[in-house]
Design a binder for this molecule. Sequence first.
Ligand code: PAF
Length: 276
Amino acid sequence: MKIVSTVEELRHALPFNQTIGFVPTMGYLHEGHMSLVENARRENDFVVMSIFVNPTQFGPNEDLDRYPRDFKRDEKLAREAGVDLLFYPVTETMYPIDMARVSIRKGADVLCGASRPGHFDGVLTIVSKLFNLVQPTRAYFGLKDAQQVALIEGYVRDYFVPVEIRRCPIIREETGLAKSSRNVYLSDVEKEEASQIFKALRAAKETLEAGLEIEEVKRQLTVRLNEIPNSQIDYVELVDYPTLGIASKDSDELLLAVAVQFERARLIDNVIWKKG
Ligand code: PAF
């Protein structure tokens, strides 16, 4: 595995005439990232991973400074997973003059976007820069960030970006807790409590399948999440997927998504229900 940090080194190290699978990350890798690499490995000749904690997707009071980082460990995991090229730039490389950024028109004012204004503009800005640099054939994103996936897909369609976006399933602990770099902020007790989130989501999906009204599904899910000790609900939402618009009886796919704040970690999780 080759490690590069400048644009010139990256361009030089990219292969010609081979399919490139790209896994963009912010590091502190876990099994979720590893499964993205596995998919990329299977479907492409060459696998590129980026590790960059992108400052523009963090709000002023968020965890940019304390976001977990461990490059040595990440490097080892990436190598073992079969990454061919690891791009590890510094902020000045990714934001040389910071004159232009991507701005989202639809779908960024709900769910995480409502609680984290500007977050998805930051995500789309960095993803767009990385796509321009890596020019991947396919790019791999985990559905834990289902809103992020939908917005990236929308961006790729609107800007005719020649990349195939591959949605990958959420990887969970045995308890059901979705794998996340931010789980490191949770105590053992909180981890146990946080595993209730997925159980509640799964139960809510069953009620949805059984035909319960959307508002009632949300209400019951809210009651259940409110029972989790030492936590506070940020949002409980049901939206059409992947438009992220209002869910209706005609929606083919529904995203049931929640965010729950623990003392030091804000956790997100979701389930997608496909009709039929
Ligand atoms: O999902 C993430 O880790 C980040 O939002 C991404 C896509 C790497 C952009 O910084």
